[in-house]
Design a protein around this ligand. Sequence first.
Ligand SMILES: Cc1ncc(COP(=O)(O)O)c(C=O)c1O
Length: 337
Amino acid sequence: MLTDQYPRVDLSHTPTPLDSLNNLSEELDGPRIWAKRDDCTGLAMGGNKARQLEFYLGDAVAKGADTILTTGAVQSNHVRMTIAATRKLGLEVEVQLEERVAGRRQEYYDSGNPFLMKMMDAKIHRYPIGEDEEGADRALYDRAEEIRKEGGNPYVIPLSGNHVPYGALGYVKCAEELLEQFPQLSLRVDAIVLATGSGMTQAGLLAGLRALGSGIPVYGFCVRRDQTAQAGRVFDKAQKVAEMIDCQGVVTQGDVWVDDRMLGPGYGQLNAELLEAIRLTARYEGMLLDPTYSGKSMAGLIHLVASGHFRRDQTVVFLHTGGTPALFGYPEILELQ
Ligand SMILES: Cc1ncc(COP(=O)(O)O)c(C=O)c1O
C-alpha cells in the first residue's frame, strides 16, 4: 500500500459502494454513469472528509495531541466530521466557523451541519471573513498557542495552501480501492468526476491513480475559486503528495483538469444548473446531492454529457463526496426548483 508509512486512524466505512446510475444514464442519454458512494463513509453522516481525517488524526495521535483545531464555513462538512472524529477518539476539539456565504436564511446558521456540530458538543469560535484562508489559519494557530500555554498539546488542521497534505493520502488510498473495484465489476472507466475545493481529493486521487499506472482522467469542478487558481493549487498538492508516497513526478500539469463553469455566483451559492442536477439525481436515482459540492460536480457532469464530451459506450464514475446534511440549511432549494 502506497500510504503505509503514514500513521492512520480507522474512521471510515470503506470500501464504499460503487452504484450504477441506470436511470440517470438513460435520462441523460449519454455514457454509463456510476457513483462511488463516498457520501456513505460513515462518521456522522459521511463524506470525503472521513478518508482525509484518517491521516490528519493519525498524525495528530502519533504526535500525542489532545486538542484538535480546525476551520471552515458555517455549513462545513469538514468541521462536522472533524468533530465526530475527535468524539470517537476521545480528543478535545475547538472549531472556527467562517462567514463565507452572504445572503443566507436563518436555517443556514441553525440546520444541517451547524446543528450536528452543536449536537456533538464542540467549542465553536467565529471568524468574520470568508475569503481569508491565511487569516483564518492564523487565528487557529493563535488559539493553539494559548492552549499550549495552558498545558495542552494542540494540533491544527489548517485550510490554506501551504501545509503537508496528509488529507490527500486518504484519496491515494481511495485510488487503490477503486482500481480493485473496477475489475470486480468488469468496468473500464473513462473518467472520474468530482468537486474540487481544498484540492485534497483531486490531488490525492490523481497521485494515487498515476502512481498505480492508471491514466484515467479526473475532472474537477471548482466550488471555491476560479479554474486558474484551482489548477495551480491541485497541481501543487498533487506533486507534494506524489513525493510523500515516493512517486515524485507521476502527476504532470496536463493531468490537472479543472473547470469553474458551475461555480457561479460563488462558494455555497445556488445556480440553475446546480438546482437541476440536485432535482434530476433525486428524481431518477433517489440519490441526494448537496448545494455546495456534489450538486455542482453533478451539474458539471451533466454539462459534459449534454455537450457530447462522452460517447454512449463510455463509462464515467461520479465521485459522490457527500455534503448532504447541508441540504437542510438551504430550504429554498425546493421553492426554486
Ligand atoms: C461534500 C464535499 N465535497 C467535496 C469537497 C471538496 O473536497 P476537497 O476539499 O478535498 O477538494 C468538500 C470539501 O469541503 C466537501 O465537504
